[in-house]
Design a protein around this ligand. Structure first.
Ligand SMILES: [Zn+2]
Length: 509
């Protein structure tokens, strides 16, 4: 007779039974027309990740809900899968390469991507094994990955649809730039923090005069790219200087003094240096006054070659050196302590640099309208209810979404450029070439866009792309819209609101 062990040892028991459950397909979705349906999609964990306590709680809640419905006689689907996590995954593989003394450029794009896939095969499975360990009753036969073939097709489909509907556009805009990751970030991927800093007061000599204009700045290095000084038209201290020019210290360039109501007479000296390439407000003012855009910085945050004295220096080293030079040459008036808001990259914490560059955007307002409506009319319920207010506030003040990322790991934007930079958006190379031939009336060379899409772009399709969209599958018919979503409030905008928007856009007609 077998003795019953006095202590419970999960190692001997849990693994055995989970394997039996999985092999017996107890968690497989049924498709019985006579039963009611219940579905949940898992918030796809990053392939880079391992489960933390938040995942355990979150997935246990989903498991309880699904098991309850399954035992109550529903067709249940709990859809498993993982997210390719663009920047996070690329960072992991770049770090691994760095240990070998290599960069991704050494490998080239194709080889780098091959190595990321290899990394994903080797390490990407940790989290799905952990989910099995906690007994999560997911329908594993349906497991998806945001970069698998089907989902990659869905991404192209919705991109093309949005582009053809005029909801995706490309343009030169001010974006949040992470010099370490070498990519643009969306507004909400920047974490703001009050930091102690300095306000440097610098004097710019007025041309053909003994006068100086004193400006105050928190980022003196950007002065290399100044294109104007702005004052308030009602500011009597400066009215005689409007229309004149000043000579930019260290650079010697002549720049105009302009007047605009936007300038706050109370801040600093009331005179503002205008640097359209490096500040969002200056960018807007530059557009209004048709000022040139001068970029003084390389994508990795160093001073560009146009300024030999500082070329190649890191932005913060250049700041130090330039302040010393300004002081030595008599242009530094004073330095004040000043706490100000500094943005950091949510992936690597590097200080964000506002930067003008060519990016792709989704026009959000038309999409937000429907997403607001379905929460207001109760079709989509947020729990706890207090989050509704936060949701409304975000969607009512929504800005266009910058979806292009200058990294390699992700869904490459399905766009090609003609010789005159005409854009062809297509699912395949052949399609793009055929469109171009029709457009130009002859064969031409095309260049494919090198940017990839924001990771949240593909996760915004998750509830319907995993069910086979754009094909009209029986699964989509039964299980979409999904019944419940259990996720963290911190991704209400990154993910939840965008899923509602894309869902309403694609599935509502
Ligand atoms: Zn970063």
């Amino acid at each position: 007779m077998n003795e019953l062990a006095t202590t419970y040892s999960p190692g001997e028991i849990e693994g055995k039974w989970y394997k039996y459950w999985e092999e017996s397909k107890f968690f497989a979705a049924s498709m019985d027309d006579n039963k009611p349906n219940y579905s949940i999609v898992i918030p796809p964990p990053n392939v880079t990740g391992i489960l933390h306590m938040g995942h355990i709680l979150n997935n246990s809640i989903q498991d309880v809900l699904v098991r309850y419905k399954r035992m109550s006689g529903y067709n249940t689907l709990w859809m498993p899968g993982t997210d390719h996590a663009g920047i996070a995954t690329q960072n992991k593989v770049e770090r691994k390469l760095a240990d070998e003394g290599l960069t991704k450029e050494d490998l080239g794009r194709d080889e780098f991507i091959r190595q990321v896939w290899e990394w994903k095969e080797q390490y990407g499975g940790a989290i799905t094994n952990q989910l099995r360990k906690i007994g999560a009753s997911l329908d594993w036969q349906r497991e998806r990955f945001t970069m698998d073939e089907g989902l990659s097709e869905s991404v192209k489909d919705i991109f093309i649809k949005l582009f053809n509907d005029g909801l995706i556009y490309q343009g030169e805009y001010m974006v949040n730039w992470c010099p370490r990751c070498g990519t643009a970030l969306a507004d909400d991927e920047v974490e703001h923090e009050e930091k102690a800093g300095f306000l440097w007061n610098l004097r710019y000599p007025v041309k053909d005069s003994d006068e100086f204009l004193v400006i105050a700045t928190t980022r003196p290095e950007t002065m290399l790219a100044d294109v104007a000084i702005a004052v308030n038209p009602n500011d009597e201290r400066y009215s005689h200087l409007v229309g004149k020019s000043v000579i930019l210290p260290l650079v010697g360039r002549e720049i105009p003094v302009i007047a605009d109501e936007y300038v706050d007479m109370e801040f600093g000296t009331g005179a503002l240096k205008i640097t359209p390439a490096h500040d969002p407000n200056d960018f807007a003012l530059g557009q209004k006054f048709n000022l040139p855009i001068i970029n003084m910085m390389t994508p990795d945050g160093k001073v560009s070659n146009e300024y030999p004295a500082y070329a190649g220096m890191d932005r913060f080293d250049a700041r130090k050196k330039m302040v010393e030079d300004l002081d030595a040459q008599g242009f530094l008036v004073k330095v004040e302590s000043h706490s100000h808001n500094v943005g950091g990259c949510y992936r690597c914490n590097t200080v964000i640099e506002p930067r003008v560059s060519k990016q792709w955007f989704v026009k959000m307002e038309p999409l937000a309208k429907k997403a607001l409506e379905v929460v207001r009319n109760g079709k989509v319920k947020l729990m706890p209810k207090r989050w509704e207010k936060v949701y409304y506030n975000w969607l009512e003040n929504i800005r266009d979404w910058c979806i292009s990322r200058q990294i390699w790991w992700g869904h490459r934007i399905p766009a090609w450029y003609g010789p005159d930079m005409h854009i062809f958006v297509a699912k395949t190379d052949e399609d793009a070439y055929a469109q171009a031939k029709a457009h130009y009336g002859k064969d031409v060379e095309l260049t494919q866009e090198t940017d990839v899409l924001d990771t949240w772009f593909s996760s915004a399709l998750w509830p319907f792309s995993t069910l086979g969209w754009p094909a009209k599958t029986p699964e989509l018919d039964k299980f979409y819209p999904t019944s419940t979503l259990v996720t963290g409030a911190d991704i209400l905008f990154f993910w939840v609101a965008r899923m509602v928007m894309f869902g309403m856009y694609t599935m509502d007609d």
